[in-house]
Design a binder for this molecule. Structure first.
Ligand code: AKG
Ligand code: FE2
Length: 483
């Protein structure tokens, strides 16, 4: 059964696994974020005189107040938007007409021009063959029913008891799925039945395993067959955690494209974060789902742990303070964004893992389901703000979410992820390094007789010098793990 603790555990497990997998991924420099924050809010580095008090920046988080609460936002002069609270945990808001239809069409067009490629969570490494895959045709010669010892029998009995959650002395498909659905595997009830049929595991074909059937498959070493079957099945269509294509738009820093620049300004008004945090966060990720496309439940960010936030695209965890998601089109049926456990304190009593995570079959079991609507934005906080530091706090486990299966048509969204490093000190250190690099670059360019406007100097060239290539290759961080 899933529980908050399980979620924590899953997330922690995945944090490490994902972090390894992220080696090849690129994100641009948080360093720059902090450099420019300090400029824009005048903190820390503005204090020269000994004894001056150094101000600390704190993170602003919109107060959800209560569900249904609507606040007005004058995003641009004359353009008043309504920000409606949809959940308290995580704080989650919906803003209709955040983008105009023209802006939506433009973003889609730019993504098509850029070229979309399959979303990266389901990389090949994830579906590598099991360790003994090469021997898959070898027989398993322990004869059925030949139980080795009383201890083994007792152990198998107790495993059966653990799996038989409802104590009806049968293992139904849900109970079997709670074991089979690990990592990126999202098998369904029908898959389990198919497996029974393919492997002859359920002789009376009633779709459930008795204790005798279970013992027989355990002691005849059919577990290895099951493992191989699952490996083969995983990675197909709905069994994958994610089925979509994506493109990244623009460059880190103040957008030069007028549509993206207007969007950045609007996001600054909405989030009330320093504009440089917004500008120097991840590029816009545009995602297209075709019929059957989906993204099962996951977290966009990682739990805080010993690993540092990714700062140079080489390694580290994801530190996405918040997500702003835009719906670019609504010519689609299905494809809602679901938050299975939003505002829920009791989900662990109710839901099985499949129900929580599988957004193809269980989209509408989710506590909060948001329908795509062209131009609409939703925003939520993946992290709390730490009360004592005022800075990035723990991952909010209620922020679990995903994209329900598209039943018909095409769904287009864009993700705008706002990065904040949880270590304020590390950021300040980065800041001083980047500031030095900036000054050196300015001097070099000045010596070459080139004029270096401040924005340019703080922009791409510096990032490239510091970090090399920085376009993110893949995205979502936490995914489900076994219970
Ligand atoms: O498609 C959706 O509605 C959600 C997408 C999402 O969660 C993501 O891309 O991280
Ligand atoms: Fe997400």
């Amino acid at each position: 059964m899933a529980s908050l603790d399980n979620c924590k555990m899953q997330s922690a497990v995945v944090t490490r696994r994902e972090a390894g997998r992220r080696e090849a991924r690129q994100i641009h420099g948080l360093l720059l974020v902090y450099l420019v924050i300090s400029w824009s809010v005048g903190l820390v580095w503005s204090s020269d005189a000994p004894g001056d008090t150094v101000e600390r920046l704190t993170l602003f988080q919109l107060d959800p107040v209560k569900k249904g609460y609507v606040r007005e936002l004058e995003a641009e002069p004359g353009k008043v938007l309504h920000v409606e609270t949809k959940a308290l945990e995580p704080p989650l808001f919906e803003i209709r007409e955040f983008l105009t239809p023209e802006e939506c069409a433009y973003i889609i067009e730019q993504a098509l021009r850029e070229g979309l490629y399959p979303s990266g969570v389901n990389d090949d490494a994830y579906y590598k063959a099991p360790a003994n895959g090469e021997q898959e045709d070898e027989g398993h010669d322990s004869p059925a029913g030949e139980m080795d010892t009383e201890d083994e029998r007792r152990h198998a009995d107790s495993v059966f008891g653990d799996l038989d959650v409802n104590d009806d002395m049968f293992l139904d498909t849900e109970e079997i799925l709670s074991v089979l659905n690990t990592d990126n595997a999202f098998l369904r009830h029908r898959d389990v039945l198919q497996m029974y049929s393919d492997l002859g595991l359920d002789p009376d074909s009633d779709g459930r395993l008795t204790l005798e059937e279970f013992l027989s498959l355990v002691f005849s070493d059919r577990l290895a067959d099951i493992e191989r079957w699952v490996w083969r099945q995983t990675g197909h269509g709905e069994n994958k955690i994610r089925e979509s294509k994506q493109a990244w738009l623009g460059q880190p820093g103040p957008a030069t494209d007028p549509v993206l620049a207007a969007l950045q300004r609007r996001v600054v008004s909405l989030t009330r974060l320093p504009e440089k945090i917004v500008q120097w966060s991840e590029q816009l990720q545009v995602v297209r789902y075709e019929t059957g496309g989906h993204f099962h439940a996951h977290y966009d960010s990682n739990e805080l742990d010993d690993m540092e936030c990714m700062v140079n695209g080489v390694s580290g965890r994801f530190c996405r303070f918040m997500t702003i998601l835009y719906y670019l089109d609504d010519d689609v049926s299905g494809g809602e964004t679901a938050f299975p456990i939003a505002d829920n304190e009791t989900y662990s009593d109710r839901a099985t893992k499949t129900e929580i995570y599988d957004l193809s079959d269980h989209c509408h079991d989710a506590n909060l389901v948001i329908k795509p609507e062209r131009g609409k934005a939703i925003l939520w906080y993946n992290h709390y703000v730490n009360e004592s530091t005022g800075w990035l706090g723990d991952l909010n486990l209620f922020s679990l979410h995903g994209g329900c299966e598209v039943l018909k048509g095409t769904k287009w969204i864009a993700n705008n992820w706002i990065w904040v490093d949880d270590s304020y000190e590390r950021q300040m250190e980065y800041l001083s390094n980047v500031q030095r690099a900036l000054e050196e670059q300015k001097k070099t360019k000045a010596a070459m007789g080139l004029s270096v406007p401040r924005d340019v100097a703080s922009g791409l060239d510096i990032l490239k010098d510091l970090f090399g290539v920085f376009k993110p290759k893949t995205d979502t961080c936490s995914i489900v793990d076994e219970l």
